[in-house]
Design a protein around this ligand. Structure first.
Ligand code: IDP
Ligand code: MG
Length: 139
């Protein structure tokens, strides 16, 4: 899968604002195919495990509280050059810096409540896909 798959999460505020459908539409229209998907609710400990690389950051407590505050949608997305193309589709971490037309520009509230997650490397994409999905949950 290296190179053509990435992991996304539709974050809690996007789910609670009833924006799952509009975000998935943007993802599909950009050429990504959904290979696995689940509606789930992370515990704070699971959010901490997913974001372990940020454990020493001053925003870690807020990040893990927020990501465990309500349900999310996790999905494996497939496309050539998936990681880089998806990062381009979602835009910069802070929606104030995100380009027009990007998912974060359209849907994010703030740097912390920024609508969606996207893997940042092929290596992390593999780890993150395995975090959420077993082999039999992938199509
Ligand atoms: P990314 O999601 O664009 O890859 P990262 O730097 O990996 O951004 O940070 C992970 C998540 O942590 C971000 O999506 C955002 O929700 C949150 N975050 C990052 N930087 C800050 C910050 O300075 N303040 C509050 N939350 C932040
Ligand atoms: Mg990141």
């Amino acid at each position: 899968m290296a190179g053509n798959q990435t992991l996304t999460m539709i974050k809690p505020e996007t789910v609670s604002k009833n924006n799952i459908g509009p975000v998935l539409k943007q993802i599909n229209e950009a050429g990504f195919r959904i290979k696995a998907m689940k509606f789930t609710h992370l515990t704070k400990q699971q959010a901490g495990e997913f974001y372990a690389v940020h454990a020493d950051k001053n925003f870690f407590e807020d990040l893990t509280s927020f990501m465990s505050s309500g349900p999310i949608v996790a999905a494996i997305l497939e496309k050539e050059n998936a990681v880089a193309d998806f990062r381009e589709l979602i835009g910069a971490t802070d929606p104030l810096n995100a380009a027009d037309g990007t998912i974060r520009k359209l849907f994010a509230e703030s740097k912390s409540r920024n609508a969606v997650h996207g893997s940042d490397s092929d290596e992390n994409a593999i780890t993150e896909c395995n975090f959420f999905f077993s082999q039999v949950e992938r199509f």
